[in-house]
Design a protein around this ligand. Sequence first.
Ligand SMILES: [Fe+2]
Ligand SMILES: [Fe+2]
Length: 263
Amino acid sequence: MQARNPRIVFQDALPHWAPNTAFAQIVNAGSLIIPAVEIFLNKVMARALSEVAAPATRRDIEIFMSQEGNHYRYHRLFNKTMWARYPELRAFDAELTAEYEAMLKTRSLRDCAAYCEGFESLGLIQAEFFFGHVDDLLKGADARVVRLWQWHLAEEFEHRSVCFDVHRQLGGDYLSRVRGFALAARHLGQWGKRVSDHLIACDTAALDAASRARLNAEERTYRRRLLRFSLPRILAILSPAYDPGGKAAPRGSIRLLESLTAS
Ligand SMILES: [Fe+2]
Ligand SMILES: [Fe+2]
């Protein structure tokens, strides 16, 4: 496990980086909320360092924090290109950041770690989906944005056990993990929907009726597809036997990380 630098420049990366606009904007909504989420993860893990004694887990936490730090910094570079086109997005980011600050003040470290593990387990579904199940949607897409997500999701897979282990070492049990997952899934789901609704509403406002109907249909189809893919995997996360360590690497993710390490 190591932190890598993908060296991507985004100055002119466009919001509609894939031919399917609804897909691009729903993925963009994920990018837009990531800095607030991953800054929260790193604050929780920094606190966990003072509670966790196992040397291997402490080392893992440090690498995890370096990886997440790189992730949110790169997403922020991309997000700046989005903020320039959709100025209201800044207020969303500030609101979400304030919600995480409140969580840090009002919830126990163990509950915050359970939320983090919830986010991480959802990230594994995204990794499997993005590497293996959206080839058709990535045809003709901007290679920089594809690379951003491949790098990020491959490292998410690589550090998949860190929050799971930390939560357990903080005394977290199955119920605590499932509560954290439910909270993270609801919270992140609502935020992702709110931000993507805003982006798509801004886009449709400039379209004629036929193009608007096409975009709305594209959005419904994509959301159904993502839901169908995610539901059985969410059920697996809810099993008491769930352990991210035993999962198979998403197709091509190890090769992608090797290419970044070598460059
Ligand atoms: Fe990340
Ligand atoms: Fe992560």
